[in-house]
Design a protein around this ligand. Structure first.
Ligand code: GAP
Length: 515
């Protein structure tokens, strides 16, 4: 799947626009248009329903974005939430040192100066796959030491490179050599001031994650809700990170939404709950349409783990720009509650009535990004297929996520068809987000809805006038069948809830496929 095609479809069909585009946009900020807002809301609502309202052991929260700055001291974000930043002295380009990668090939040529095999470097921002693709022609010209296969190059990033090689590095923007600075630490939190004075004492931060609001409210929820361990607290909301290099469309932006759970349990049960959430969260993506081998579950190596974590796994998706994290599931021990207890001076221990014991619960944290999930579902859904000898673009979205659930088309604008279609549309609209389109050729109307991911097309045609049936058409198979018009709500509900697609009927309405 070509990322450019998806970005263009998102713009053209009103899913996602660059923020404040009429003023030239703002790097790292995006707006969701009429279709995009429905898609993202549906994803968030499905997540909330499956993880909160359908469960007996989960509470929801909606915390403020700006909190007492001590929260971020306790969490470690003030001291340590930073990325290594590198600047180009020539063009002022700014990069994350861990994203400035290089490919290193060992040539079969001998360098006369060192009498060793010559090392060839290619530099840039991006995944290994992107860099290999970008430098394919030059790479092919290198006489490889290993001649058997096109062996994988050594890939590292700028901060892992011996600094003696830094002067060989090309700036990915202007191409100058040796103009990049040494990496410097850059805190990713957006700062602001609360109140009229802009002084050090008034500094506050836009939250970089929703999780800390949950920890800060743990005691409130326990005291007011009678929740008993094991239980979780969930929150969906905006987070802000002043990313050095926002990129890849909505994958890495500076303002985004998270869907986070902090699941509190007894220390001795934590490993079991970690295994539970690791599996459950992976399955959620599978159940909602990512059934391909593009979805991976990767356990962190011991060196990758935070010092307080005994286990962490990432759910990753093979995006067109490389394999990247969709969601992390972390066993965080009692680190966060311990830190907030220390910094606030408040007792955050929990009294376990059954065990007659007081302790700090351990925490399992499944932390997902709503925008990254939206992007992954869009990438997975984007399909170009051949229908009746024509290439069509279709978003094969899970019906639960589809922005529009059905489109209603009067075949022609006469013979009472628009009036009948309007009545069906009004009836359906009380239950679902549906759309009526009476303009243009029926084939073009179907194609527009295919691109929007609308699962069902409902056409009012000549036969509707005589026998009261309408034609249903399934987006993915293009199969058509007739349904009594008094039954459209129940028939649509059944399809949206996963009901089988009926067999095709003999006299469907004309469509691009049947014409
Ligand atoms: N509380 C843990 C936490 O925030 P994280 O791995 O930094 O962990 C969790 O973020 C999820 O939030 C990521 O898996 C990703 O889906 C999303 N996310 C993080 N930074 C993002 C960004 N700059 N743009 C879009 N989504 C982001």
């Amino acid at each position: 799947m070509d990322m450019e095609k998806l970005v263009s479809l998102c713009k053209r069909r009103g899913f996602i626009f660059p923020s404040s585009e009429i003023y030239g946009g703002l790097n790292g900020f995006w707006d969701y248009g009429p279709l995009g807002v429905e898609l993202k809301r549906n994803i968030k609502e499905a997540w909330w329903r499956d993880n909160v309202t359908m469960r007996d052991d989960m509470a929801g929260l909606d915390c403020s974005i700006i909190m007492n700055p001590k929260v971020w001291e306790a969490s470690g974000h003030v001291g340590g939430f930073s990325d290594p930043m590198v600047d180009c002295k020539s063009c002022n380009g700014r990069f994350r040192a861990d994203q400035l990668r290089y490919l290193e090939y060992i040539s079969s040529d001998i360098d006369p100066k060192t009498n060793e095999h010559r090392r060839v470097f290619f530099h840039g921002v991006g995944s290994v796959e992107e860099l290999v693709e970008k430098f394919r022609k030059q790479i092919d010209k290198i006489p490889h030491k290993e001649t058997d296969t096109d062996h994988p190059p050594l890939t590292r990033c700028y901060s892992e490179m011996d600094s003696k090689y830094h002067e060989q590095f090309h700036c990915p923007t202007c191409g100058e050599v040796g103009t990049l600075t040494e990496p410097r630490s850059f805190n990713l939190m957006f700062k602001t001031y609360v109140g009229a004075l802009e002084s050090e004492t008034n500094i506050a931060y836009l939250r970089p994650e929703t999780a800390q609001g949950i920890f800060a409210n743990f005691k409130n929820v326990v005291d007011t809700g009678r929740y008993k361990i094991p239980f979780g607290i969930a929150q969906i909301g905006k987070s802000f990170r002043n990313e050095i290099n926002p990129r890849n469309f909505i994958f890495r932006s500076r303002e985004f939404e998270q869907m986070e759970i902090e699941f509190f349990c007894r220390p001795e049960d934590a490993q079991e709950w970690y295994a539970y959430w690791r599996k459950a969260r992976f399955q959620w993506y599978v159940d909602h349409g990512i059934q391909s081998d593009r979805l991976h579950l990767r356990d962190h190596d011991a060196e990758e783990l935070a010092f307080y974590s005994t286990a962490t796994a990432d759910i990753e998706y093979a995006f067109p720009f490389g394999v990247s994290e969709l969601e992390g599931i972390a066993h965080r021990g009692d680190y966060d509650l311990g830190q907030h207890q220390k910094f606030s001076g408040k007792d955050l221990t929990y009294f376990d009535e059954e065990k007659k014991e007081r302790y700090l619960p351990h925490v399992i944290e499944p932390s997902a990004g709503a925008d990254r999930a939206t992007l992954a579902f869009l990438c997975e859904a984007y399909t170009e297929d051949q229908v009746a000898g024509e290439t069509r673009t279709v978003l094969k979205l899970n019906p639960r996520f589809a922005p529009i659930k059905a489109a209603i088309f009067p075949l022609v604008k006469r013979d009472g068809m628009p009036e009948l279609a309007e009545a069906i549309y009004r009836d359906l609209k009380r239950h679902f987000n549906v759309f009526m389109d009476e303009k243009g050729a029926i084939g073009r109307r179907y194609r527009r809805q295919d691109e929007a991911g609308t699962p069902v097309g409902i056409t009012v045609d000549g036969q509707t006038i005589t026998d009261g049936t309408v034609t249903f058409r399934d987006r993915d198979s293009c199969r058509q069948w007739r349904v009594p018009s008094h039954n459209v709500v129940a028939a649509l509900r059944d399809l949206l809830e996963g009901g089988a697609i009926p067999a095709a009927t003999e006299a469907p309405a004309p469509s691009p496929e049947s014409a």
